[in-house]
Design a protein. Sequence first.
Length: 243
Amino acid sequence: MEKKEEILELKDKILSLLEQRRFHEVRQTLGDLYEADVAQLLEELESAPACQAFRLLPKDMAAEVFSYLEPESQQKLISLLTDAELEKILEDMYVDDTVDMIEELPANVVKRVLKLSSPESRGEINRLCRYEEDTAGSIMTTEMVDLKRGMTVGQAFDHIRKVGTDAETIYTCYVTDEYRKLEGVVSVRQLLLHPYETKVGDLMEQDPICAQTGDDQETIAQLFQKYDMLALPVVDSERRLVG
């Protein structure tokens, strides 16, 4: 069956369950889907039932589903959500996803989003929005794991467990000095293969390939392709890690 047909069948099922107030079954059905598929399903619903279904999503997937929605659907949903509900979504969203969202929203909606964002997130959003469109600075994520070269592998894993839930990727970790200047890169796989007392500085790849905040996205794509990389550090003019 085509994906579109599956989504339309699910749409009818969800609408029927909502009409019968069988909310537990709605939650269970949506919870078994991929976030991108849930977003596609919500796109097929009218605003009111879409919002009703969205409110029934498991808490750990709501923000991810929201980030997959088209800007028009995000705006409609925002208009129906309470401040508390929107604040929770923004709290769970990655900052770069929030930036992508507000770039497509009208000024009055952006104002509400910024008002409900935490001071830390608001600062990151404002900083990312200053980068020119389609540059490394505008498309990077700021949620990542950075380590210090003096850490042991054991200390590194403690740090990853502490901050990893807020990081968009934990498979590649960046090593910075006290001034946040990029010194090296190390993968979680490398850490796993060495004793806990080994120093991160002994495992890291020094002077890693990186992008400047002003680099064009086509240049960045070429670096990914040439060096077969999963992630690429972004630094400013003083080689400080920013994303």
